[in-house]
Ligand binder design. Structure first.
Ligand SMILES: C[S@@+](CC[C@H](N)C(=O)[O-])C[C@H]1O[C@@H](n2cnc3c(N)ncnc32)[C@H](O)[C@@H]1O
Length: 197
């Protein structure tokens, strides 16, 4: 079974689950979680972002995905590392497995953002401009974020940096790109959004 390392921690990756790549690692390196924080790891895949939060001392993590195999994979990784008790795993499309009254201190999402004519691969394909899932996420996450909470997400420069900044600003968020990584044809960007005071 393939495996990857998050810092020095080994994570297993099941077939049909997104294998953590540059985007996953860049996001994980830049997500800051306070002790006991309540975290939402949306589109968990192998569980890497939730486990990264657990390693920083998060108190509770809800990990979601539309892919059932990913949820099984994330659960196995979390349990193998002794974090099983602080995780909850839910199958769902974006926010449909969350309750309105739920509030998270940190929301993390590495969406499918690859520009693609058809949506064949749920872990990769983001539609014509790569923003199909990302835009839905950006329009909906605020409802589930605590007042002083932070949202971290990843995208490519090819998806448009300004589009994300504008959507966030329209909803009263201060948006900042906290990390950039240059690849062959694009840059990976990590956004951090918090409510303007
Ligand atoms: C690029 S992978 C990232 C996986 C992992 N979080 C990481 O950083 O390596 C995107 C993940 O989001 C999931 N996903 C795609 N669309 C989704 C949706 N609408 N709702 C929930 N999860 C979704 C995919 O199944 C996949 O596991």
């Amino acid at each position: 079974m393939p495996s990857v390392f998050l810092k020095k921690t080994k994570l297993f990756v099941l077939p049909k689950v997104y294998e953590p790549s540059d985007d996953s690692f860049l996001l994980a390196e830049n997500v800051k979680v306070k002790e006991k924080a309540n975290v939402l790891d949306l589109g968990t895949g192998s569980g890497i972002q939730g486990i990264n939060a657990a390693m920083q001392g998060a108190g509770k993590i809800v990990s979601t995905d539309i892919n059932e195999v990913a949820l099984l994979n994330a659960r196995k990784n979390a349990e193998a590392l002794g974090f099983g008790k602080i995780f909850e795993f839910r199958k769902g499309n974006l926010f449909d497995c969350l309750k309105k009254e739920e509030g998270f201190d940190v929301i993390v999402f590495n969406p499918p953002y690859v520009i693609s004519e058809e949506k064949k691969y749920a872990d990769l394909d983001g539609g014509i401009n790569g923003r199909e899932v990302l835009d839905e996420f950006l329009k909906g996450f605020a409802e589930y974020l605590e007042k002083e909470g932070k949202c971290f997400f990843l995208q490519s420069s090819l998806n448009g940096e300004e589009e994300s900044a504008k959507l966030l600003e329209e909803q009263g968020f201060e948006a900042k790109v906290v990390a950039r990584k240059k690849l062959f044809f694009e840059k990976l960007l990590v956004f951090r959004a918090l409510r303007e005071l």
